[in-house]
Design a protein. Structure first.
Length: 212
């Protein structure tokens, strides 16, 4: 039986907690708060600490499969893990596609435009992020517009050398550019030629609650 960890983080008590419904498949829930960190990460703010655990689970956990859920995700199906594992067969990652924008370039243009228009939510989170430089980075790297934009509030992935290298680069991209991680995920999944299996975001496995 695959050893599965559901990993999530809520550093600083930003979101309401939604414990997963009891699962048919055994798993370990690794829920990280400021009081349960395996190491302090003193040079990272709370948001970046959460992203560290999101991208770097292989550095401190040894399960076969990691399933990440944002703290806003409420798992409502008892066969959530079983379906994740079935969809991982012959694939590297299971994730959902972004419902509104097709690719990284559309997403960055949207964010920049909204912040220019004074969007308070985005300005609070991302006002100092180098989105123009990130955009140019992807363009100069040759990232095609055909590579889709994914939602990164949920994903399942194998704990193996290929995926760990990809997720290490994902973390490095977040450090080098913006902490808006879903754009960087599209880039590194393309660069590492990952086999990505897309499931619908409006499934009956989980509910996406609003971030606080």
């Amino acid at each position: 039986m695959k050893r599965v960890a559901i990993v999530t983080a809520n550093i600083g008590g930003i979101d309401e907690i939604f414990p997963p419904i009891k699962q048919f498949h055994e798993y370990e829930l690794c829920y990280f708060t400021e009081n349960t960190l395996p190491f302090p990460l003193p040079h990272l703010n709370n948001r970046m600490k959460g992203k560290y655990f999101k991208t770097q689970a292989h550095r401190f956990l040894d399960h076969d499969v990691f399933i990440w859920i944002d703290s806003s995700i409420e798992v409502i199906s008892p066969n959530f893990i079983e379906i994740c594992l079935a969809n991982l067969e012959e694939h590297d990652v299971v994730i959902t596609r972004h419902e509104q924008r097709k690719n990284v370039y559309e997403e960055l243009e949207y964010i920049i435009g909204k912040m220019k228009a004074g969007d308070k939510y985005l300005l609070k989170r991302y006002a100092k992020e180098p989105f123009y430089k990130e955009y140019d980075h992807y363009k100069q790297s040759g990232l095609p517009k055909t590579i889709p934009l994914f939602n990164c509030f949920f994903f399942a992935r194998h704990n193996n050398a290929q995926m760990n290298a990809m997720f290490d680069e994902w973390w490095n991209e977040i450090l080098c550019y913006s902490n808006f991680d879903q754009t960087a995920f599209s880039y590194v999944s393309w660069k590492h030629n990952a086999k990505v299996n897309v499931i619908e975001a409006n499934n009956k496995l989980f509910i996406r609650n609003k971030h606080q």
